[in-house]
Design a protein around this ligand. Structure first.
Ligand SMILES: [Mn+2]
Length: 373
């Protein structure tokens, strides 16, 4: 059989404040076309459909339209699980009657042990879960870490293996040794929540979600599809896309997606960045993370850069920043308050206090002194 593996759509997500709805719709249209062109038997959707557990109404509408197109218009079966960004309960609204159109939405651990039976393949859908859920399900308080929980889950799944069929697992967690980016929510600190790849090797394919880069894990039959859209500057170099998985004979093909607006990192001096010969060759409607090599202050730097680069995600300095001399910390001298005031005025206004201003200052200082006495 042939499947399309995708994950981490994160509908409703923003990129450094920029709305990604159109970018996500563009990516979806390509995914749909790939599924049709490749004549896949179904879509494996490995969690994090929404960006948050309480998605905005526009996000709900957007995802509903996508699922509807794939499932009701294109008649493609969908095998989906919830991820750590989804609310399992909200995502499961309607789930009991979805299978009528071959839309399988699994959000509870106990459903993972009832594989979806296809002609020659069993699909095991393991939604994102906390160790507590496994402790309750197996009635075993010893299941503290995720690796122990997943080992118990996989052992039980194997008792359901039909030896005449292929076995696919859809899951959403961190497999040890995978490479992360800035846009994934760390599930725990210290790596306790990592699952060793060895635990999963009895499946014919493991369709993973959670990490946003397709190269996060290099296992022959185990992959993160990655997100369809770039969600952070740390993903600037990544190629986004989907995997086409053939089960017999096994074959894995990556098909790239073309971004609506790509994400780039640029390091240059302010003058270079503002030189037409430099920027005219660049796709200026894309997103840019800019790093300036200058060390001197540049007045109105952001506003001036934005006249050329409309979508700036971040602006920083490669070599630090030298404060103007007048703002540098000077050795403090003990001076009378009136002297400090007139020195300050002179530095800012570039002229001395007038006789009248001096009188006002004296009077104000005298009042201030009176107030603290
Ligand atoms: Mn994710």
């Amino acid at each position: 059989m042939r499947f399309l593996h995708t994950a981490d759509w994160h509908i409703g997500r923003r990129l450094y404040g920029y709305d990604l709805t159109e970018a996500q719709k563009t990516a979806f249209a390509q995914i749909e076309q790939i599924a049709l062109d490749q004549h896949v038997d179904g879509i494996l959707l490995a969690g994090d459909l929404y960006d948050r557990s309480l998605p905005a109404e526009t996000a709900v509408t957007t995802l509903n339209e996508m699922i509807q197109k794939l499932n009701l218009t294109d008649h493609l079966p969908i095998y989906a699980i919830s991820g750590n960004h989804d609310s399992a309960t909200r995502l499961a609204t309607g789930a009991p009657w979805y299978p009528a159109t071959q839309f399988y939405m699994v959000t509870q651990l106990e459903a993972a042990f009832k594989p979806i039976e296809l002609a020659d393949t069993q699909i095991f859908s393991l939604p994102y879960f906390e160790p507590f859920a496994a402790q309750q399900y197996f009635d075993d308080a010893g299941l503290v870490q995720l690796d122990q929980c997943v080992a118990a889950v996989v052992a039980k799944m194997k008792t359901k293996f039909d030896p005449t069929k292929k076995h696919i697992l859809i899951a959403h967690f961190f497999v040890s040794g995978s490479a992360t980016t800035d846009s994934e929510t760390q599930l725990t600190v210290g790596g306790l929540a990592a699952v060793p790849a060895a635990t999963l090797r009895d499946f014919d394919y493991v369709a993973l979600g959670h990490l946003h880069g397709k190269d996060a894990l290099h296992e022959p039959k185990m992959r993160y599809s990655g997100s369809p859209v770039k969600f952070s500057l740390s993903e600037a170099q990544q190629q986004k896309g989907v995997f086409i998985v053939d089960t017999e004979p096994f074959q894995l093909t990556f098909i790239p997606l073309k971004p609506l607006h790509d994400v780039h990192k640029l390091t240059a001096s302010f003058d270079e960045l503002m030189t037409p010969a430099f920027y005219e060759a660049l796709p200026l409607t894309d997103y840019f993370g800019l790093t300036l090599t200058d060390v001197k202050p540049i007045p109105d730097v952001m506003a001036r850069l934005k006249t050329v680069y409309k979508n700036i995600l971040s602006l920083d300095r490669a070599n630090g920043y030298t404060l103007p001399e007048t703002l540098q910390q000077k050795t403090l001298e003990h001076k009378a308050p009136l002297t400090l005031l007139s020195d300050f005025y002179e530095e800012i206004a570039k002229e001395d206090l007038t006789e009248k201003q001096l009188q006002w200052a004296k009077k104000a200082l005298a009042e201030a002194n009176k107030a603290v006495e």
